[in-house]
Design a protein around this ligand. Structure first.
Ligand SMILES: Cc1ncc(C[n+]2csc(CCOP(=O)(O)OP(=O)(O)O)c2C)c(N)n1
Length: 329
């Protein structure tokens, strides 16, 4: 615990700190619920879960306003929830119902909500970076004042789109934050076999971008680093690259037997570095919440999830006649 940022020195009210914990718990509960619904055959296709990565999603969105934007990845449920995307409409989308964000025709990887600055999840690895860079260019050229934060994975940092985006964002001094969730694996590819550098953040130097590597499982460290980057962006000092170390507890997608890593490694991350447990302990240690209040938060999360499932299950499936509407190919 000694390495954690002291809450008493942080600028957040107890209420705000509890909201951060609550939001992380909602993300985990949302995905635990998806797992069950998937097993019951109520969710079709696949999905990519971010259980274990809740602190990066929530922490990175805390310093953003509603007007600021995010772009996400194929592993986007947590990012969306952290930015304020409606959980009920997300649940309906995953269950393929017409009350979902894409009327039930997009599923897990196509959730966006422009009203709250969520420019969307994306099935194409690294595609969120040029999209976010473009949105940041718009912000700068039209003097709109918003900042864009692009989530991406360690695997995505090997794509050309990553390098082109960083280069242009730097040259044009765009208000964009490149936020890498380094969870050690891209599908079954271990980072040490995929890159020959110590830190992905080191790549920022090649483009003249302010970069740092942080512990992505400690939410306040994520918040602090993102705050610094947001301030730079708002001051016209251009982009930043943040590499946050974290871990996805589940497989890459539902069909992954996780043969490329050991069960001991997984256990170690779950036991020692669970972002929710770490933050909860910290809040209890510093008398921000009690064990009873934590249980109460858990009950509230469960009620929110039950409501979302009820909403999704009682919603209508799209009519067959709409099969070819809203299609852009
Ligand atoms: C351009 C492109 N190449 C390959 C794929 C297949 N693919 C989907 S996810 C993934 C791994 C991405 O790893 P990373 O960026 O580290 O994100 P993580 O899954 O770890 O969150 C790959 C290779 C894809 N969807 N798009």
């Amino acid at each position: 615990m000694s390495n954690l940022i002291k809450i008493k020195n942080s600028s957040f009210s107890p209420e705000k700190l509890k909201t951060m914990l609550y939001d992380m718990m909602v993300i985990r509960s949302f995905e635990e619920t998806l797992k069950k619904l998937y097993q019951q055959g109520k969710i079709h296709g696949t999905m990519h879960l971010c259980i274990g990565q809740e602190a990066t999603a929530v922490g990175a969105c805390v310093p953003l306003t509603k007007e600021d934007k995010i772009t996400s990845t194929h592993r986007g449920h947590g990012h969306s929830i952290a930015k304020g995307t409606d959980v009920k409409k997300m649940m309906a989308e995953l269950l393929g119902k017409e009350t979902g964000y894409c009327k039930g025709k997009g599923g897990s990887m196509h959730i966006a909500d422009l009203d709250i600055g969520n420019l969307g999840a994306n099935g194409i690895v690294a595609a969120g970076l040029p999209l976010g860079t473009g949105a940041a260019l718009t912000s700068k050229m039209k003097d709109l004042g918003y900042v864009v934060l692009c989530f991406f994975g360690d695997g995505a940092s090997n794509e050309g789109a990553f390098h082109e985006s960083l280069n242009l964002a730097s040259v044009w001094k765009l208000p964009v934050i490149f936020f890498c969730e380094n969870n050690l694996y891209g599908m079954s590819g271990w980072i040490k076999e995929m890159t020959n550098i110590e830190n992905i953040a080191d790549r920022g130097a090649a483009y003249g971008i302010q970069s740092e590597t942080i512990n992505g499982n400690e939410i306040l460290k994520v918040v602090e680093a993102t705050e610094r980057a947001v301030e730079r962006a708002r001051n016209g000092e251009g982009p930043s690259l943040i590499e946050a170390h974290t871990y996805r507890w589940e497989g890459h997608s539902r069909s992954d037997a996780r043969k490329y890593r050991t069960r001991d490694e997984e256990k170690e991350w779950k036991k020692q570095r669970d972002p929710i447990a770490l933050f909860k302990e910290q809040l209890i240690e510093e008398n921000i919440i009690t064990e009873e209040e934590f249980i109460e938060l858990g009950n509230r999360v469960q009620a929110e999830m039950d409501e979302a499932v009820e909403f999704a299950e009682s919603s209508k499936a799209p009519d067959l006649e709409t099969l070819t509407t809203d299609i852009y190919a």
